[in-house]
Design a protein around this ligand. Structure first.
Ligand SMILES: NC(=O)c1ccc[n+]([C@@H]2O[C@H](COP(=O)([O-])OP(=O)(O)OC[C@H]3O[C@@H](n4cnc5c(N)ncnc54)[C@H](OP(=O)(O)O)[C@@H]3O)[C@@H](O)[C@H]2O)c1
Length: 250
C-alpha cells in the first residue's frame, strides 16, 4: 500500500488528483488543505482509504501540528504531493505587496515548511517521493504575471536543489509543470487561455507523471513545450515577443 500525503486537496487540481488516486484501493491518502469540510466531503467519496489532516501551509505551527498528527498515527509517508497554491493576476504597474507575499508564502515557502518536516524521515529511511506542482509560468518572466511567476520559478529551483541533494538517499524528486487548467484561480484571468484543460484531464497527466521516471513532466504537450522552447531564446528576441503578447492581452 502506498501512503500519499496530498497538500492542496480540497479544491481544483489537487481535488481531482485525489479522486484519480482514490480510484486505486492500493493507495492510502492523507488529504490536507485549510477547508476541513471540503476535505471530509472528498474523503467520503473515495474508494481508497483516506484520512484528513487540515493545515495552513502559510503557518509553520499549523504544518508542524499536522505532521505530529501524522507521526502519532504511526503513518509512514511514501509520497508527498505539494499542490497548494495561490494566484492573483498582477501587472508591474499595480504591484500589490501583500498579494505577492501571499503567493510566495503559499506557493514556495509553504512547500519548504512541509518538506522541512518530512525530509528528515525520508533521509532516515533512505526512500521517499516528493512531487512539486509548479507551472510553466515559472520558466521565464511573462507579461501580467508579477509575483506568481516568481513564486513558481522559485519552486522549480527548489525542486532542482532537492534533486541534487536527495537523490543519493534514494529519494525521488519530481517537478510537474501544468499549463492552463480551469479552476477558481484561472477563473480570475480575463484573457483567452490557450489549451485550457479540465481538472480531470490535468489529474490524469499528474498521476501518470508521478509513476514515470522523469524529473520534470510538463503538459499539455504542444503548449508547454512551446513555452519551454521560448525560454531558451536570447533575451532580445524573447522580450520583443513578450511585448507583442502583452499588447494583445490589453
Ligand atoms: N489552474 C492552473 O491553470 C494551474 C496551472 C499551473 C499550475 N497550477 C498550480 O496548481 C496548484 C493547484 O492550483 P488550482 O488551480 O487547483 O487552485 P485551487 O483550485 O485554488 O486549489 C488550490 C488548493 O490549495 C489549497 N491552499 C491554498 N492556500 C492554502 C494554505 N494557505 N494552506 C493550505 N492549503 C492551501 C486550497 O485549499 P484551501 O483553500 O481549502 O486551503 C486548494 O485545495 C497550485 O500550485 C497552482 O499554482 C495551476
Amino acid at each position: 500500500m502506498k501512503k500519499i500525503w496530498l497538500i492542496g486537496a480540497s479544491e481544483g487540481i489537487g481535488r481531482a488528483v485525489a479522486r484519480e488516486l482514490g480510484k486505486n484501493v492500493d493507495n492510502s491518502l492523507i488529504l490536507s488543505a485549510r477547508n476541513e469540510e471540503r476535505l471530509l466531503d472528498l474523503s467520503s467519496e473515495l474508494e481508497a482509504s483516506s484520512i484528513i489532516c487540515p493545515l495552513d501551509v502559510g503557518d509553520s505551527q499549523s504544518v508542524e501540528d499536522c505532521w505530529k498528527e501524522i507521526v502519532n498515527k504511526k503513518t509512514t509517508i511514501d509520497t508527498i504531493i505539494y499542490c497548494a497554491g495561490y494566484y492573483a493576476p498582477m501587472t508591474a504597474e499595480n504591484i500589490d505587496v501583500a498579494q505577492i507575499e501571499k503567493m510566495i508564502n503559499v506557493n514556495l515557502v509553504g512547500a519548504v515548511r512541509v518538506l522541512s518536516q518530512a525530509v528528515p524521515e525520508f533521509i532516515g529511511k533512505k526512500s521517499g517521493h516528493i512531487v512539486l506542482i509548479s507551472s510553466i509560468a515559472g520558466y521565464r518572466g511573462l507579461p501580467n504575471d508579477t509575483g506568481y511567476g516568481s513564486s513558481k520559478s522559485g519552486l522549480i529551483h527548489l525542486a532542482e536543489n532537492l534533486n541534487c541533494d536527495l537523490s543519493e538517499y534514494g529519494i525521488k524528486v519530481q517537478l510537474i509543470s501544468p499549463g492552463f487548467v480551469r479552476t477558481r484561480l484561472t477563473d480570475l484571468n480575463n484573457f483567452r487561455m490557450p489549451s485550457l484543460m479540465s481538472t480531470e484531464q490535468a489529474a490524469k497527466h499528474i498521476v501518470k507523471a508521478i509513476e514515470s521516471k522523469h524529473f520534470e513532466v510538463r503538459f499539455p504537450f504542444l503548449f508547454a513545450n512551446c513555452l519551454k522552447l521560448l525560454s531558451l531564446l536570447p533575451y532580445s528576441v524573447y522580450f520583443w515577443l513578450m511585448r507583442k503578447i502583452r499588447a494583445r492581452l490589453k
